[in-house]
Design a protein around this ligand. Structure first.
Ligand SMILES: Nc1ncnc2c1ncn2[C@@H]1O[C@H](COP(=O)(O)OP(=O)(O)OP(=O)(O)O)[C@@H](O)[C@H]1O
Ligand SMILES: [Mg+2]
Length: 336
């Protein structure tokens, strides 16, 4: 499979009055052509900062890319000038945010907004853009598109608005869509419809998708691969089946245990991982999950593990999977 995007050792810091927040600390993962990759992990682990880095949407005054590469078709986006980035955004890579209102102009009709987006990026006539806008609204399941094009965002329900945002993200047939919790603000049935829509579009147009979500049910249903983040790092990645059937990293195991199951009794309480992630102003030297990990060894406290291959498709950043980590040697590894 062809790699569309490859992030290598991305590090992003924020400058705050308390000091440097190390929001993303050496993230590496890739997205193949036509696949849906889930980015999961608890709040504050760096999912949105990673996503915004790909789009180069972080505020330059308060943040900087400390190191790394974001290769899109082998071109390093971190080295691309803002002018060129403006063409890439929307044309090649689009982002769908959690709140549709942040992407829509409340004072302009939906049709005008889509047509404007089209004419900005593509050399098309107004009538051609109108026809295309109507077609897009139909594609994302908005009934009576001609009538709806004449309406303002506030005349749409939350679910319909998010469909409009998806239509706008698709305007220039991007190769990659980054959806940052696209359904969190919507109710459950609408959520399911929007996710099915993303999946259908990915299938029809062979678009690649990075889907950021807290909902592991959604991941299981529509994603191909999963990248698990913790405290600004990738701790595990693999195919959906692997991550759900054989999670390797203790943090991923905890995440999986926290998913409600049908065979649970009503009074059984859901598992939650005790403790909280480290402060990214002063991240620890060792494994960031050390203080919460029930398998922690001495080595984990002092040395941060790199991603290691468990097999050709699954990787984990955990000392337990180091070739030397058998029960006897675990102790001796503590002296590393
Ligand atoms: N503008 C900013 N200034 C300082 N720190 C920031 C800023 N934006 C994000 N951070 C920090 O970067 C880290 C990662 O944040 P990010 O928004 O990527 O988390 P997330 O994984 O998307 O969380 P959530 O699931 O809540 O959306 C957090 O520790 C956050 O406090
Ligand atoms: Mg976020």
């Amino acid at each position: 499979m062809k790699k569309l995007l490859e992030i290598k050792d991305l590090k992003v810091n924020f400058h705050t009055y308390l000091g440097e927040v190390q929001a993303v600390r050496g993230v590496s993962f890739h997205v193949n052509q036509g696949e849906i990759v889930a980015l999961v992990g608890e709040s504050g682990c760096g999912k949105s900062v990673t996503a915004k880095s790909i789009m180069k949407l972080l505020p330059t005054a308060f943040s900087h890319y400390k190191s790394g590469e974001i290769l899109y078709h082998s071109m390093d986006l971190l080295k691309v000038q803002e002018k060129e980035m403006e063409t890439i955004r929307g044309n090649e890579i689009s982002m769908i945010f959690q709140d549709p209102m942040t992407s829509l102009n409340p004072t302009s009709k939906i049709g005008e907004q889509i047509i404007e987006g089209l004419m900005k990026h593509k050399k098309v006539s107004k009538s051609e853009a109108y026809r295309k806008a109507k077609e897009l609204l139909e594609l994302v399941g908005i009934p009576q598109p001609e009538k709806r094009m004449n309406q303002y965002p506030h005349e749409f329900s939350g679910g319909m608005r998010q469909r409009v945002v998806i239509a706008m993200a698709l305007v220039c047939e991007p190769q990659l869509i980054i959806a940052d919790e696209p359904t969190t603000a919507l109710d459950v049935t609408i959520q399911a419809q929007i996710l099915k829509l993303i999946k259908d579009l990915q299938f029809k147009l062979n678009t690649s998708v990075i889907l950021i979500t807290h909902d592991l049910g959604v991941v299981a249903e529509i994603c191909d691969r999963v990248v698990v983040m913790y405290a600004g790092e990738v701790v595990e990645s693999g195919k959906v089946e692997e991550i759900f059937a054989n999670p390797s990293h203790p943090y991923t195991k905890g995440l999986m245990k926290s998913v409600p199951r049908l065979d649970m009794s009503r009074n059984e309480s859901l598992y939650s991982i005790v403790g909280s992630p480290p402060n990214l102003l002063h991240p620890p030297n060792g494994c960031a999950f050390y203080s919460r990990c029930e398998y922690a060894m001495k080595v984990c406290q002092k040395h941060s593990p790199n991603l290691m291959e468990i097999n050709t498709t699954q990787q984990t950043a955990c000392w337990l999977y180091h070739p030397m980590a058998n029960p006897v040697e675990k102790e001796s590894m503590g002296g590393m």
